[in-house]
Design a protein around this ligand. Structure first.
Ligand SMILES: Cc1cc2nc3c(=O)[nH]c(=O)nc-3n(C[C@H](O)[C@H](O)[C@H](O)COP(=O)(O)OP(=O)(O)OC[C@H]3O[C@@H](n4cnc5c(N)ncnc54)[C@H](O)[C@@H]3O)c2cc1C
Length: 572
């Protein structure tokens, strides 16, 4: 049931704009520190891109790692970031993040419903950079039973269609491994059958998934905590304008079903509206190789359309334009459904498995496909000649597709045929046929695959080094030796899926200081205005050094903002 409608006028200490990880973190932290908090959300459901995400948070030196005996000197992640970010390294904000991150995890664990599971086996993406971690720097929200949220569950965004199975989110790690191995192992089959059976009952009873994992568990746990702490949660209530008095932000005008109302904030407004992945104008202006703004398959929900940046600018805030990349690239394929709707599928899992390569229209490889998603698209954008559409094709054989799936076409026991028939996958009895179906140069592809296979039979990839880093190997198949990321492509029919530039969100946001206060053109904090999550210019300077570098800082800077507004001093 929605909250009681907003009435004119309202007052609070802190007004939070947006209900993703950053907004909810700020709201919960401020409320726990005694602040009266209102959170407004534009969409009819809470959760934003966070609810669709993998939910991984990069938080070096976190208490879960420490409890497991992984005790790192903070100098190590700092060294890693210094090397990765180069001249974009912002010492003040990185220090604030590295210091507050572990406290943030402790705070939520101790005082709220947000409990975590560890990512102690997840390596940083660039294992050859000094200070790179091989595990212990990531956490994820612990799975959550939706029934514990009562009526609130129906006000939360459901899992993304493309990354779930019939609406059931699957968690990276053991859960996903069980689904991938369900035709090979009895315990895996039992796990998958039990999970799916329960999901079907939940669908029948509640009309949605109730075994919550990944980003949707993070949102559920944060929203539950916010509700318990008395945060007023208002959906379908977009903030339209900031109230600015004598240069200070004092609240916002918010659109509601009953008309526009004024919400005054005695202490601060926190902008956490999810950046601008769906702002066509700003995409056109800022994204490379995006001349009309439409050459991009953004993954976040449409509501993340730049409102926070515009609100911040109206108060004198500045959008950072000097990041290495304004966008958190993701390789994405377009999925067309029978009902005429379209979806965006993120290629996160299969690129590192043995027996797949990515090629351009000339049939040539251009990157180590097992590297990070951001690296794949960065390389693709750089490699495609200027006059051509930026796109690549992921190529595999029948054995690979049946074992690991390709994009949204799932592995055995689910059929591949429907995805070939609807054109999502191209297929060919020979590589030549496949190349012609895709519009790839057949000679180039034949040569590339022959050369790749020659080495792949020995588990080697001298051209790009698949399997050469801990991150690569983690993305591969540990059961496949000698190289978990390399196998020949030779069992017809062959398949391909077209992959285009898309994103997990944006990096270019409002400039802030280490307290998450929005800065004006002279670098001074704007009184009463904070930004967190993707509304804040990424502390990674447009680089992507590790999985979880969006959500780790989003939750941490939400926490930092909430504490700063409340005037908290001791770590809680
Ligand atoms: C498929 C996918 C997987 C991902 N996996 C990961 C991962 O594992 N780890 C990681 O670090 N990152 C991941 N990301 C990226 C990450 O999810 C985002 O960077 C993060 O969720 C952004 O959080 P946020 O709080 O800034 O914004 P959001 O979660 O997008 O929330 C912003 C909210 O603000 C609302 N809003 C917009 N305008 C207004 C307005 N005017 N008034 C009120 N509300 C407004 C929006 O509707 C939205 O609900 C993933 C993203 C996707 C799409």
């Amino acid at each position: 049931m929605p909250a009681s409608p907003l009435t004119h006028p309202l007052e609070c200490d802190v007004l939070v704009v947006g209900s993703g990880a950053a907004g909810l973190s700020a709201a919960v932290t401020a409320a726990w520190h005694g602040q009266e908090v209102i959170l407004v959300e534009k969409d009819p459901v809470f959760g934003g891109a966070t609810a669709w995400s993998g939910g991984w948070m990069w938080v070096p030196c976190n208490p879960l790692a420490r409890r497991a005996g992984i005790v790192e000197d903070p100098e190590l992640p700092r060294t890693y970031l210094k090397h990765e970010l180069g001249e974009r390294y912002d010492a003040a904000r990185i220090d604030a993040f590295l210091e507050a991150g572990p406290h943030m995890v402790e705070f939520f664990e101790r005082h709220t419903a947000l409990q975590f599971s560890d990512g102690n086996l997840i390596a940083d993406i660039h294992g050859d950079s000094p200070g790179a971690g091989t595990g212990g720097r990531s956490v994820i929200a612990a799975p959550c039973d939706g029934r514990e949220l009562g009526a609130l569950i129906h006000r939360l965004r459901k899992t993304m269609r493309e990354t779930s199975f019939m609406g059931m989110p699957i968690m990276a790690g053991k859960d996903l491994a069980a689904f991938m191995n369900m035709t090979r192992s009895a315990p895996a089959f039992l796990h998958a059958a039990r999970r799916f059976g329960r999901h079907l009952i939940d669908l029948a009873r509640h009309g949605r998934a109730m075994q919550l994992v990944n980003g949707v568990a993070l949102v559920a746990r944060l929203a539950k905590s916010a509700e318990a702490l008395g945060v007023r949660l208002c959906e379908s209530s977009p903030a339209r304008h900031l109230i600015i008095e004598d240069g200070a932000v004092r609240g916002a005008l918010v659109e509601t079903a009953g008309g526009e109302i004024e919400i005054r904030a005695r202490k601060a407004v926190v902008l956490a509206a999810g950046g601008f992945p769906n702002d066509i104008g700003r995409r056109k202006a800022m994204f490379p190789r995006t001349p009309t703004g439409h050459e991009h398959l953004a993954l976040p929900p449409p509501g993340a359309s730049g409102d926070g940046l515009r609100l911040g600018e109206s108060a004198g805030g500045q959008v950072a334009t000097d990041l290495v990349s304004p966008v958190a690239w993701a390789p994405v394929s377009l999925v067309r459904y029978k009902d005429g709707s379209a979806g965006h599928f993120p290629h996160i899992i299969e690129r590192g498995k043995p027996g797949i390569i990515g090629v351009l229209a000339d049939g040539r490889r251009f990157v180590n496909e097992a590297h990070g998603y951001y690296d794949y698209v960065t390389a693709m954008v750089a490699a495609v000649p200027p006059e051509q559409e930026v796109a690549s094709w992921l190529i595999c054989d029948h054995r690979f597709q049946r074992r690991y799936g390709l994009g949204i076409s799932r592995p055995t026991p689910l059929p591949v045929g429907p995805w070939v028939r609807n054109g999502y996958l191209k297929s060919g009895a020979t590589l030549d046929e496949l190349a012609r179906a895709c519009g790839i140069d057949p000679a180039g592809l034949a040569e590339t695959v022959a050369e790749y296979n020659r080495h792949a039979r020995n588990g080697e990839d001298p051209a790009f080094g698949r399997g050469s880093t801990p991150y690569n190997r983690k993305q591969g198949d540990p059961g496949h030796q000698p190289n978990p990321c390399v196998a020949p492509i030779e069992h017809a029919p062959f398949y391909a899926v077209k992959v285009q530039p898309g994103c997990f969100g944006t990096f270019a946001g409002l400039r802030t200081n280490a307290h998450a206060q929005v800065l004006d053109g002279a670098g001074r904090p704007i009184d009463g205005l904070y930004a967190a999550g993707t509304d804040m210019a990424s502390i990674m300077g447009g680089h992507y050094p590790a999985g979880g570098i969006n959500l780790g800082p989003a939750v941490t800077f939400g926490y930092i903002a909430g504490r700063h507004i409340a005037g908290a001093t001791a770590w809680e």
